[in-house]
Write a new protein. Sequence first.
Length: 111
Amino acid sequence: MDISFNGFGSNALTFLANEKIPAGTLVGLIDNGTVGPCENSIPLGQVLNGTDTHACVCVRGVITAPCDPSLPVGPVCLACDSHGALCEAENGVMKYVLSVDTDNSTAEILL
């Protein structure tokens, strides 16, 4: 049986951005109401689309994001590594990892 988590409980917010951030990029807060690419920090969400000055960010729901392929399934403290991929981190934020695709280094995460 095929399953899908797409669209479950999705919520998005529009933030300011100092640059055009590609869709799919994990972002974090870098200033008041402003997001930037998440590197070595805790992610807020994932960019759905954006312009040179704004980014629409999925902050709740299920996302598919780049990750360390050794990421475990279940509740995990997550942060972004220096390449913007999710990794397990003691000082991260607790999220549920629903599945990990080790071939493509991506994971489905419940925000």
